[in-house]
Design a protein around this ligand. Structure first.
Ligand code: GLC
Length: 683
């Protein structure tokens, strides 16, 4: 694989320019009076240190907006109204103009305070940073250029950053961050010597870090030196970065996570097109790549470019629905672990949350509170028959809604959004608990279902034909224990067990306490099937024969018990660990971690394992897969300090259970199936 472009700034002379002049420009129709000072003063820093990246991003958001006025060379882009959507500051959140301007000026003032020393000594007129959007109508990518003349002021610090990242000797040592709440997650009560496997894992994780203009912004999906065809595994995937982020956060290192959150936020407001069609605003990319490209007209100089993939290059052109949901979940985790809530309070971050939610909550033709998506829109990003209302997306959706409700600043412009979130949370948990739940009793009910019922009181609401109950399930379902089925839509219930979705119903409390306990009981009971020799099966069982042919489209990568089709994915370990700790069963997680630990390092940290019991390294599995490594480290960190896990999961919200849209609208209870059902199932 070629990571040199990701890490390119370490080998090529980097450039970093700051847009130094905003003369004559305006910000939201207001004169941009302070801009020159702001930028000049900021430039006074010897160079952009990682801990300044949020400010740098702040400028980016603002500077992008004034680009139209200041750069006549880019008039094509700038002349297009649609391109104004690029700029987060111009997105219509109905924010009060004065408030925003005030807060901007406050920022300026504080930045000046922070950086007003040593300006003159370090800056000459050629040393500046610039953020802008490059290109024509299909505008991308975001560029941060760094150009220095004379003394290479950035170099020293970049080297420092790299040394930090690559030196394995300081692995479990809390690095530069000082968490604002004073309690670092790394200060666990059981601080202990790292095992050799952990040391290796930390080294590999740090080796997977991707820099952008000298700052760590993510980790590549896989760092397999023998891989001649990395495809897009040399990119930073949003979902893959989550366990890396948690490992860093739990180790007291928040900066890379903050950088990641802010940079992906900028990518969100990109002009994205797939064959002349623009997907919805608010979409987060599946992945992005940092490219180091020659600087136009400047011999031997290079610039770093962020290049997102919204699915337009992805195999199968799958929509990354889960990216935005993970982004929100990670934002909450960042705040709760570091105690730095200022990030989520920022106007651009608040706008980012709203945009994702607007996309998810917009009305369509759908009849259900679950999110309707196409196949392959989540971790399983290939055709696997998970189109419609797959469990994984619903569980992440629920978690993202709960996170957003905690993080959104309530004001006139967000009031209705928060109300919509509450309604959706309530309807979604009811729907899932009631209709997706599956245990021996429920299967027996379905077995005796009448079909073709036409009425609002129908028992078999989705018209599921009893013949759909697969023969494997009849024998497999234990007496004690149950799970959420993989998908539900008219006349179709996907009875496969999907691990990520079930684990997230536990972590987010989408399932009731009893249901969550039942899921862990089932996993324990079916240990050989779901854990086998390598935790955890992505789904159970695999599709075989005609089912495989028809549902996967004869996908040679997804043959039975391989990859997404019943393969085993060690990255799921951290999510399982979190669920076990939440439910007071850490010993179950420990057992799984012990199992994984026996093989992961010896097998070079594969992406996935194949065969019914996970005995073989996956046919096409990448080695040194970052989320395998990070998932393992995060699990270890959580088990070492189980108290910190409570910052990552959600407890039952009893108010939500009381909340019913029917009652709110004064429709009365007579036709409300929810109230009737609650009596039956004791929700
Ligand atoms: C595969 C996985 C996907 C992951 C990507 C990068 O496509 O299915 O979930 O994000 O690899 O690791």
């Amino acid at each position: 694989m070629n990571t040199s472009s990701c890490m390119g700034i370490s080998t090529m002379k980097p450039c970093c320019r700051i847009l130094s002049s905003c003369k004559g420009s305006s910000f939201f129709g207001y004169p941009f009076r302070k801009c020159n000072h702001l930028v000049t003063d900021n430039l006074s820093k010897p160079h952009c240190k990682p801990d300044n990246i949020d400010r740098v991003s702040n400028y980016a958001n603002r500077v992008i907006g004034v680009r139209r006025v200041i750069d006549s060379n880019r008039s094509v882009f700038c002349g297009s109204d649609s391109n104004w959507r690029q700029s987060r500051i111009l997105l219509g959140l109905n924010l009060n103009r004065e408030t925003r301007l005030d807060s901007f000026i406050v920022n300026v003032a504080s930045d000046i305070r922070n950086h007003s020393t040593s300006v003159e000594a370090q800056v000459n007129e050629k040393s500046f940073e610039k953020f802008y959007i490059q290109g024509g109508l299909n505008v991308k990518p975001l560029v941060v250029e760094r150009i220095e003349s004379g003394k290479d002021v950035g170099k020293v610090e970049e080297e420092e950053v790299r040394a930090d990242i690559n030196d394995g000797s300081n692995v479990n040592i809390k690095q530069s961050d000082n968490y604002l709440n004073g309690e670092s997650a790394s200060e666990s009560p059981n601080e202990r010597e790292l095992s050799e496997v952990e040391k290796e894992a930390w080294n590999l994780l740090r080796g997977a870090v991707v820099n952008y203009c000298g700052f760590p912004v993510g980790t590549v999906a896989a760092n397999d030196p023998a891989d001649k065809q990395p495809l897009n595994y040399d990119q930073v995937f949003i979902r893959d970065f989550v366990p890396s982020a948690l490992a860093f956060l739990l180790n007291g290192e928040g900066e890379i996570v903050k950088n990641f959150l802010l940079h992906t936020l900028q990518l969100q407001s990109w002009e994205k097109t797939v064959d002349c069609y623009s997907p919805g605003e608010g979409l987060m990319p599946a992945s992005f790549k940092v490219r180091t490209v020659p600087l136009d007209g400047r011999n031997g100089e290079f610039e770093d470019v962020l290049d997102p993939d919204f699915g337009e290059s992805a195999i199968g052109r799958v929509a990354p629905v889960d990216s935005g949901l993970w982004w929100i979940i990670l934002l909450r985790a960042y705040g709760r672990i570091t105690g730095d809530y200022t990030l989520q309070e920022r106007v651009d971050v608040q706008t980012g949350i709203s945009l994702i939610l607007n996309l998810c909550l917009s009305d369509g033709f759908d009849m259900f509170p679950t999110l309707l998506v196409t196949d392959g829109s989540c971790m399983i990003d290939r055709r696997m028959g998970i189109h419609g209302h797959p469990l994984e997306i619903q569980a992440l959706f629920y978690s993202a809604l709960r996170s957003s409700r905690e993080m959104l600043t309530i004001n006139d412009s967000t009031k209705s959004l928060v109300a919509a979130i509450n309604n959706r949370l309530s309807a979604l948990s009811f729907h899932m608990r009631e209709y997706y739940w599956c245990d021996r009793k429920k299967i027996n009910e379905i077995y005796r279902y009448k079909t073709e019922e036409y009425s609002t009181d129908a028992i078999n609401k989705f018209n599921i034909y009893p013949d759909q109950i697969p023969s494997w399930l009849v024998d497999w379902i234990p007496e004690i224990g149950g799970y959420f089925v993989g998908n539900l839509q008219p006349a179709q219930m996907d009875f496969r067990f999907f691990t990520l979705g079930n684990i997230w119903t536990i972590n987010s409390s989408l399932g009731s306490h009893e249901q969550n306990e039942s899921i862990l009981n089932l996993i324990e009971d079916k240990w050989d099937d779901l854990m086998g020799q390598m935790p955890l099966k992505i789904c159970y069982p695999s599709l075989e024969h005609d089912e495989w042919r028809i549902i996967t489209g004869s996908d040679p990568k997804n043959t039975p018990w391989s990859y997404h089709n019943g393969g085993s994915w060690p990255t799921l370990l951290w999510q399982f660990t979190l669920a076990c700790i939440k439910m007071g069963r850490p010993e179950l997680a420990q057992k799984a971690v012990d199992l994984a630990e026996k093989r992961l390092s010896a097998d070079h940290w594969p992406e996935y394992y194949d065969t019914r019991h996970g005995r073989f390294i996956g046919k096409q599995a990448r080695l040194r897969q970052t989320w395998t490594i990070a998932g393992y480290l995060t699990s270890k960190k959580l088990l070492e300090n189980p108290d910190v896990a409570s910052k990552l999961f959600w407890n039952e919200d009893y108010e939500l259970l009381e909340n019913c849209v029917c009652t709110l609208r004064g429709n009365g209870h007579r036709k409300c199936s929810r109230f009737a059902a609650r009596f039956q199932v004791g929700l």
